[in-house]
Ligand binder design. Structure first.
Ligand code: AMP
Ligand code: ZN
Ligand code: FE
Ligand code: FE
Length: 271
């Protein structure tokens, strides 16, 4: 069983890379991609654990692009993690995440919902990517929010009072950077992102695949993006977007997987 969308503590997942691989093995998975937000720091430890469990781990990433002030997540597979240009780009993405986190925390203090740095789970390590889920958890632990969802609804979501816009690269630039690092770019969870208007331009920029299989996709979403993949000759990717226990999607590990034929086509293109 194949899962090409997994997060670790290198970004906003709750399991360290080795623990994630162990959980994946227990769920019956055999081929994984670690796709942390804007970092590949989890890959070495995941690869080592995968060897111990006899699993295959491929190099992955989930990069946040920005169009018209809205986030567009783009997955990259089979990237060369040692590529210096990619590393430098990802370091800038993470620096903007830290800038944004600082501003979010300052706004929360002004709103009467102070949280203490470092946040629980914030490593302070520049190779790790911080994000709003860390803030959401801190708000819950400090008693300012009832749940992660409540923290996003009242403070952190788009248009909410502690929302701080991201600065970042456009989807076409992100796709080009993934390709320049030898990778295949896939549009993450398009049913959730809601930017089908961008697909044509992304294909022109080198988009190789579309994520059809995702826990937030309905059967209608899967049918729609399968059809788009056929029409535009895109490869198909998929996975659980698992962020660890108590993360809202814990049940998706081992439940949302990628058909073997789709994986074979992706791997053949990468070779
Ligand atoms: P960031 O990387 O700071 O943009 O945070 C984005 C991450 O927050 C996403 O990858 C989701 O895992 C999570 N997220 C976004 N919106 C929500 C929400 N309404 N409830 C729970 N988690 C969310
Ligand atoms: Zn995430
Ligand atoms: Fe995403
Ligand atoms: Fe994700």
């Amino acid at each position: 069983m194949i899962d090409l969308h997994l997060h670790t503590t290198a970004s906003d997942g709750r399991l360290a890379p080795a623990a994630l691989v162990e959980a994946a093995a227990a769920a019956g998975l055999t081929t994984l991609a670690i796709t942390d937000h804007d970092t590949v720091a989890g890959l070495p430890a995941a690869g080592e654990a995968a060897r111990a469990y006899g699993l295959t781990v491929i190099a992955g990433i989930e990069i946040t692009a920005v169009d018209d002030g809205r986030d567009v997540h783009i997955l990259g597979y089979f990237v060369d993690v040692a590529d210096p240009a990619l590393a430098e780009f990802l370091a800038r993405q993470r620096a903007d995440r830290r800038r944004r986190l600082d501003e979010i925390v300052a706004r929360l203090a002004a709103l009467g919902a102070p949280i203490v740095r470092p946040l629980p789970g914030e490593s302070g390590d520049d190779a790790s990517a911080v994000g709003r889920p860390l803030v959401a958890r801190a708000l819950v632990e400090a008693g300012h929010a009832a749940s992660i969802a409540d923290a996003f609804d009242r403070f952190l979501g788009v248009g909410r009072p502690a929302f701080v816009p991201r600065r970042g690269a456009a989807p076409a630039e992100v796709i080009a950077r993934i390709a320049a690092a030898g990778g295949l770019a896939s549009l993450a969870h398009p049913g959730k992102t809601g930017r089908d208007d961008l697909i044509a331009a992304m294909v022109d920029a080198g988009l190789a695949a579309v994520e059809v299989h995702h826990p937030d996709h309905t059967a209608a979403d899967r049918a729609r993006y399968s059809q788009i993949a056929r029409d535009r000759r895109l490869l198909v990717t998929g996975g659980s977007d698992y962020h660890g226990p108590d993360s809202g999607r814990a049940d998706a590990l081992g439940r949302v997987t990628l058909p073997a034929a789709d994986y074979a086509a992706l791997a053949a293109r990468a070779a």
